[in-house]
Design a protein around this ligand. Structure first.
Ligand code: PCA
Length: 218
C-alpha cells in the first residue's frame, strides 16, 4: 500500500455495540476523536461492524480512502479495569457468543496459510507508561481474545505487513460506568477519550518502544 505522508492522517476505529448492548465505549471514543488534530495529524474516527468477515473489508476500505500514517483500532473488553494496548493478534476465530450477524465461528483461521500471529507495531509499553504518568490506569495485554476484536486486529496487521512505515495496533478499553454491573470495573468516557488520544500521540512521537520489564511500566 502507498502511504501519502502529506495527508498525515491517523485512523481510529471503534465498534458498534454487540451482545445486545446499547452502547460501546469504543464507538464513543472514535466519535469524540474524529476531526481532532493530534501531533500534527488529523484524526479520522470511524465505526466498524461487530461482524466476522465484514469488519476487515471495511477497515481496509477506510485505510485505502484515508491512507493513514497510523491505525489504532479500539474495542470494548468488559470487566477490564484499565486501558490495555494489545501486544499480539492471533490467527484464529473462536467465538463464545454470536456476532451482530449471528455468526459464531469456532476454531477457524482468519487468513488461511498466514502466520499464527502478528505483533502490534505500536509502542505498547511507552503508551502504558504515558497513560500511567497522567493517572489513567493502563497495562499491556497479552491477548485480545478470539472474538471480533482479535479478528480485526489480525486483519489490520496482516494488511499493514506490506505497508512500510504505517504502524498499527489494537487497544481494548473497559466498560463505561453506565454499563458496569455491581462490582465491575469501568472508566469515565472522558478518561478513555483522553487516554486513546494520548496513545495516538505517544505512538506518533515514539518510534521505538520503551524497554521496560514486564509489568513494571512505571
Ligand atoms: N469488543 C469485542 C468485539 C467488539 C468489541 O468492542 C471483542 O473484544 O472482541
Amino acid at each position: 500500500m502507498k502511504t501519502n505522508l502529506k495527508t498525515r492522517t491517523v485512523l481510529v476505529t471503534g465498534f458498534e455495540p454487540f451482545d445486545g448492548a446499547e452502547i460501546n465505549p469504543s464507538q464513543e471514543i472514535a466519535r469524540n476523536l474524529n476531526g481532532t488534530v493530534i501531533a500534527g495529524h488529523r484524526v479520522v474516527g470511524a465505526l466498524l461492524p461487530c461482524v466476522f468477515g465484514a469488519a476487515i473489508p471495511e477497515l481496509k476500505r477506510l485505510i485505502g480512502v484515508h491512507r493513514p500514517a497510523l491505525v489504532i483500532c479500539v474495542g470494548q473488553a468488559g470487566g477490564r479495569a484499565a486501558i490495555t494496548p494489545e501486544r499480539v493478534a492471533i490467527n484464529i476465530d473462536d467465538a463464545r457468543i454470536a456476532d451482530n450477524a449471528g455468526a459464531q465461528p469456532v476454531d477457524r483461521p482468519i487468513v488461511r496459510g498466514a502466520p499464527a500471529g502478528y505483533f502490534s507495531t505500536l509502542p505498547v509499553k511507552a503508551i502504558v507508561a504515558a497513560l500511567r504518568e497522567v493517572g489513567v490506569p493502563s497495562e499491556v495485554s497479552q491477548t485480545a481474545g478470539t472474538f471480533v476484536c482479535n479478528h480485526v486486529f489480525y486483519g489490520l496487521m496482516h494488511t499493514l505487513r506490506t505497508s512500510k512505515g504505517v504502524r498499527g495496533g489494537f487497544i481494548h478499553v473497559p466498560y463505561l460506568p453506565e454499563q458496569a454491573q455491581k462490582g465491575q470495573a469501568s472508566l469515565p468516557l472522558e478518561d478513555m477519550v483522553f487516554g486513546v488520544a494520548l496513545a495516538v500521540e505517544t505512538a506518533l512521537r515514539c518510534k521505538k518502544d520503551l524497554r521496560l520489564a514486564g509489568g513494571q511500566t512505571q
